[in-house]
Design a protein around this ligand. Structure first.
Ligand SMILES: C[S@@+](CC[C@H](N)C(=O)[O-])C[C@H]1O[C@@H](n2cnc3c(N)ncnc32)[C@H](O)[C@@H]1O
Length: 346
């Protein structure tokens, strides 16, 4: 499989196709283009036309029956141009794993490894290694990733988290306007919610996205164990929340469970989520609050000091972040230190 992905990637270097990107590649949810990508069971082997997005790929490639070259849903994390994909069609783990992706502008190829597609800027680098803040690095550890759904997450109940079933139901209510669209589960961890979104049948596609390689490996293992999931519209992507590999306005919903406090820069992350959401698209997040209105005044200075290192924010800070990035219709539900908040792209 790794060999076929590498071969597909190297084949990109042959200048056999012509690509025209629109001056302003704004891909709305109504776009025929995305529907074509997500459903893509048709085998158009030589010409793919995306009507509303005005993206045209014409290929002279003589392809095998199941191979295709197309402009993809995923975009380059460096320049945000949609990537060119070569490989089997379809938005599922196996088809994506066997495909190679390339940015025509940056001449950078992206391939899959260990079951996930690596769309970080550092993907494929040989000498440079980047170390993220502790709260990001912690979840890259194999042990933490293994323990996450085997006890670690359950501990969140003590802080007021209602538990995955209830959190999923609450999120689904907020995501009502995004039904039938593409949802990105940002910082999905081992895919606790990505799997629920995929199983719900509510969305045309689910992207389980995280920065941690080991969390994504766990996610892949959980999906493989669930027969109903292996053939559904789900993709596993490694990416940084501050550099999301999607074109502007191309996503219907973004979920970020228990994640905001782990991000190196919540403001960059919320700005980036706002960029990728389409008009009317919905963002739902949960996190731990630094303190709530019921926290006794005497404890607040202590909470200020101890919580800052973990990135826990106050409710008004979360609202400020969302509205300063241009999101509207902010609302939230709070239970002890747990907050679920939502906001919409105007
Ligand atoms: C506490 S887990 C949340 C997992 C899951 N969403 C849930 O609700 O249980 C936080 C996740 O944020 C991810 N994360 C941390 N920094 C990130 C970044 N810069 N970009 C994307 N994900 C990041 C971690 O790898 C980790 O999987």
């Amino acid at each position: 499989m790794a060999v076929s992905a590498a071969t597909a990637a190297s084949n990109f270097l042959r200048p056999l196709y012509r690509i025209e990107f629109p001056k302003c590649p704004h891909l709305s949810s109504e776009s025929q283009f995305r529907l074509q990508l997500l459903r893509s069971h048709q085998t158009q082997r030589t010409t793919i036309r995306a009507t509303s997005a005005a993206v045209v790929v014409e290929s002279d490639l003589t392809t095998q029956h199941d191979l295709n070259t197309q402009v993809d849903l995923f975009a380059c994390p460096i320049c945000y141009e949609p990537l060119i994909r070569k490989g089997p069609v379809g938005f599922n783990l196996s088809a994506i794993y066997r495909s190679g992706f390339k940015c025509k502008r940056c001449q950078k190829a992206y391939t899959s490894k260990d079951g996930y597609l690596d769309l970080t800027v550092t993907s494929g680098l040989r000498d440079y290694t980047e170390v993220q803040p502790v709260r990001t690095e912690l979840f890259r550890s194999p042990l933490v990733s293994f323990l996450y759904e085997r006890g670690w997450r359950q501990n969140f109940r003590q802080s007021g988290f209602p538990g995955p079933e209830e959190e999923f139901k609450m999120a689904q209510e907020y995501f009502e306007p995004a039904k039938g669209g593409l949802i990105i589960d940002v910082s999905c961890g081992s895919g606790l919610f990505s799997r629920k979104f995929a199983n719900s049948g509510t969305y045309s596609g689910v992207v389980a996205l995280d920065f941690s390689e080991n969390m994504l490996r766990q996610c892949n293992d959980f999906i493989k164990k669930d027969d109903t999931l292996s053939s559904t519209n789900i993709a596993l992507v490694r990416a940084d929340v501050s550099r999301l590999p999607f074109a502007s306005g191309s996503v219907d919903a973004v979920h970020a469970g228990a994640a905001l406090h782990c991000w190196p820069s919540p403001s960059n992350a919320v700005a980036e989520i706002t960029r990728v959401l389409r008009s009317g698209g919905v963002f739902v997040g949960t996190t731990f609050l630094r303190y709530t209105s019921s926290t006794p005044w005497i404890l607040r200075p202590f909470r200020e000091r101890t919580s800052q290192g973990y990135g826990f924010l106050k409710e008004e800070e979360i609202k400020d972040l969302c509205t300063s990035c241009g999101l509207t219709n902010y609302s939230c539900k709070i239970q002890n230190s747990f907050i679920m908040f939502t906001a919409q792209k105007p």
